[in-house]
Design a protein around this ligand. Structure first.
Ligand SMILES: C[S@@+](CC[C@H](N)C(=O)[O-])C[C@H]1O[C@@H](n2cnc3c(N)ncnc32)[C@H](O)[C@@H]1O
Length: 365
């Protein structure tokens, strides 16, 4: 279908990316920033694999669940997905999308842990810029378009203040020009101080969970899952050891590609490399780890060969923290002799379709 074609839509339900799904006409159409029951018109922005992606133009039948977005940039910005409805509805959409993924997997009811606030929570924000176009803001990857967001509400107060300063008198242009004319800047809070890195890989300053209060909730739940009885622990995709540092372990081994913390219990290892399992087994043996529990918190790509790791270590307890439930479900499906004891949806990323899924698995034989 040609780009910019005007299409009527009729939204049946939301998908897991926070887009309304319409089945009017010959092709399924995805329209962000709509709600179930809504009708209207959208213009085609792309067509891939037989489905159409369209940009909302107008709503003729408005859902009673629609509200005025708190953020003035919401209609244009690609980063938030649910500010056109209330938080209860956002949570219901998230729960439903997780339930769908787990429908063929025996599991206890999803426990949903909501966030203490919907905006003003991120301790790290990435902006993209183009000096020639005099633009800085959120990047819509599909459309390759930068949306300026001078009044963005997603960051913690200090992050918002720094963003305001960057936009004022186009201060960012002077800083960016000292770098390269096109790229990105990451603004993050470290020990209460705002810092910036220009054109460095994602989280170059070190990975941190973006919502500190939710991070504390997650750590408390991990603590109660692993319990007070001390055992050994393997923390995979450990970053700086954030998730395991307060657990009651005897010995631990933290593994991450980027080793930011020097020390015997941290090793740098590419966990998707062919030799990763044998290298970590060797290191675990050298460090004297015995029957370790496993905690893993991979990036979105998950851990495809988790079953090999589980067969090698046979952990009594396993905790999998995931920012992409699709890969989580793929990874746990082959596991035998494990029962899901708890399934948590932690809303680490309110206003967006993202969330953390956490499952606690117990060995049953
Ligand atoms: C979601 S973060 C989790 C970090 C940590 N658990 C925390 O709470 O701060 C994912 C981590 O995976 C690491 N990582 C990414 N790709 C990797 C790879 N191929 N091998 C090992 N670690 C990797 C990143 O450096 C990052 O620290």
């Amino acid at each position: 279908m040609p780009k910019n074609t005007l299409l009527p839509f009729n939204i049946l339900h939301m998908d897991s990316l926070g887009q309304g799904v319409s089945k009017m006409g010959p092709k399924v159409t995805f329209v962000p920033k709509t709600l179930p029951g809504e009708e209207g018109e959208a213009t085609v922005s792309a067509e891939r694999k037989g489905v159409v992606f369209a940009r909302l133009e107008s709503v003729s039948k408005v859902s009673k669940e629609r509200i005025k977005p708190e953020c003035m940039h919401f209609d244009q910005c690609p980063s938030c997905h649910y500010l056109h409805t209330n938080y209860e509805n956002e949570l219901a959409f998230k729960r439903l999308s997780l339930e769908k993924l787990f429908q063929r997997i025996p599991h206890p009811d999803i426990e949903l842990i909501q966030a203490p606030r919907r905006l003003g929570y991120r301790n790290r924000v990435q902006l993209h810029y183009d000096v020639k176009k005099q633009m800085i803001g959120m990047l819509d990857v599909g459309a390759n378009r930068i949306t300026p967001i001078p009044q963005c509400l997603i960051g913690e107060t200090a992050i918002k203040q720094e963003m305001t300063r960057l936009y004022e008198n186009q201060n960012w242009m002077r800083e960016a020009l000292a770098q390269v004319p096109q790229g990105h800047v990451e603004i993050y809070l470290r020990d209460g101080v705002v810092q910036k890195t220009w054109n460095k890989p994602y989280a170059e300053g070190g990975f941190t969970q973006v919502f500190e209060e939710m991070n504390q909730v997650l750590k408390a739940r991990l603590k109660s899952w692993f319990g007070s009885e001390k055992s050994d622990l393997l923390d995979l995709f450990a970053g700086n050891g954030n998730l395991s540092e307060e657990l009651n372990y005897s010995r631990r081994l933290c593994v991450d590609l980027y080793q930011k913390v020097p020390g015997e219990d941290f090793i740098s290892q590419h966990l998707y490399a062919e030799e990763a399992l044998s290298a970590v087994k060797k290191m675990a043996a050298t460090n004297g780890l015995k029957d370790p529990h496993i905690l893993l918190d991979p990036p979105r790509s998950g851990m495809k060969n988790l079953n090999d790791w589980v067969n090698a270590f046979k952990p009594k307890k396993l905790a999998y923290v995931s920012c992409d439930p699709h890969t989580l479900v793929r990874d746990i499906q082959p596991l035998e002799n494990y029962r899901i004891e708890h399934l948590l949806l932690l809303d680490f990323f309110p206003s967006t379709f993202h969330f953390e899924t956490v499952i606690f698995l117990q060995r049953v034989e």
